[in-house]
Design a protein around this ligand. Structure first.
Ligand code: ACO
Length: 343
């Protein structure tokens, strides 16, 4: 029997990328601005992470608001006004309950379609793509809107220099449609994984059932995002490198044939280390974290859109997407870039 994860036959059904839209909130926050209230510097942030600025929402703006903007732009980019399902990846939902996706779908005028959230932190967008591809390949949906949207600015401890300088807000979305594996834009396979033994490396400790189960009183400080940066760094390199390598092997793509490596935008040193691990030239690694910071589940579509706008992503090029985040969770997928107009 043929391994369903390998693209043996061109006529194999596939989920195909048809449109791409992004949205960033208007307020850019520079390293200098953060240095005025934290014990940090533009020089430290730039040299240790590659980040120069990030965008943060103003009070009153939530994740769903960014998701609606990016979703509308993706629909326009695909030239469609309806989909059969909405999958939204986020770590920062509008509410713990219900999911953010149904209200986003309603605000986009998409009717009573299935709509739900996926929680895989910074790997969320790749997980959501796999999920949407599953809906398409099982015939549940012909067309799916996949959104990654975050407002990390609301969960950062403003006094914690380890995290406050790293994360940004934003949203990106794609439209996936039923098609064939030999079409440009077809998602050709997935490699996904998790390691729950290391769940505490990236966590928001409070606000969930674990805290209540422990009988601990609610403390708003427990609801801040925490990360053990050094250990996460090492895991990010290993997991994205190994996951990408496994996928490339399954696809029969030698790493030298990958035109663009679009990795989760956490740290430029991580992106370069993953490229080195895969023996892909560093220049082929797309970098836009200097402009937007780490936007978690929105990171991959924002990087794709920036690369396309800069002329660094062209139709016919082989693109490898890989992401890693809390869970731990990681995932990779690959496609030949289609002729689309990002919006
Ligand atoms: N400004 C100045 N100094 C700082 C800052 C800052 N903003 N942050 C940390 N430091 C200090 C530390 O306190 C430490 O000082 P010490 O040696 O006196 O203790 C020193 O700099 C070195 O700290 P490290 O944590 O070892 O710094 P590192 O070089 O590892 O960089 C960073 C930290 C940027 C967080 C890095 O570890 C990293 O990028 N980690 C991975 C992040 C990632 O991949 N995230 C993806 C998943 S995120 C998600 O899923 C939501």
């Amino acid at each position: 029997m043929t391994d369903p994860r390998t693209p043996e036959a061109g006529a194999r059904p596939a989920a195909v990328l048809k449109g791409l839209g992004t949205y960033l909130p208007p307020r850019a926050v520079s390293n200098e601005e953060l240095s005025q209230r934290l014990d940090t510097s533009d020089e430290w942030i730039r040299t240790r992470t590659g980040i120069r600025q990030r965008y943060w929402v103003e009070p009153g703006t939530a994740t769903g608001d960014l998701a609606v903007e990016a979703g509308a732009r993706a629909l326009k980019s695909a030239g469609v006004d309806g989909v059969d399902a909405v999958v939204l990846a986020t770590t920062t939902p509008d509410h713990p309950c219900p999911a953010t996706a149904p209200w986003v779908a309603a605000r986009l005028g998409l009717g009573h379609v299935p709509a739900y959230d996926v929680a895989a932190v910074c790997a969320g967008f790749v997980y959501a793509l796999a999920n949407a591809a599953g809906l398409i390949l099982t015939g549940v949906a012909r067309r799916v809107l996949v959104i990654g949207a975050e407002t990390y600015s609301g969960i950062l401890d403003p006094t914690d220099r380890n995290t406050a300088v790293i994360f940004g807000d934003g949203a990106g979305a794609v439209v996936l449609e039923a098609g064939r594996a030999d079409e440009p834009g077809a998602l050709l396979g997935f490699d996904l994984g998790s390691d729950g033994e290391q769940h505490d490396l990236i966590t928001i400790p409070g606000g969930g059932s674990r805290q209540r189960a422990g009988g601990n009183p609610f403390d708003s400080e427990d609801c801040y995002f925490t990360m053990q940066g050094k250990r996460v760094f090492a895991q990010a390199v290993t997991r994205m490198g190994d996951s990408s390598g496994a996928l490339l092997e399954r696809l029969g793509w030698p790493s030298a044939t990958v035109d663009r490596l679009v990795g989760h935008q956490a740290n430029v040193r991580i992106l370069h280390a993953v490229a080195d691990h895969l023996e892909i030239a560093r220049e082929r690694a797309v970098v836009n974290l200097d402009r937007v910071g780490n936007t978690s589940a929105a990171s991959i579509p924002l990087a794709l859109a920036d690369a396309a706008a800069a002329g660094d992503l062209n139709p016919g090029e082989r693109v490898l997407l890989t992401a890693f985040g809390g869970g731990l969770a990681w995932g990779s997928t690959a496609l030949v870039w289609p002729d689309i107009a990002p919006n």
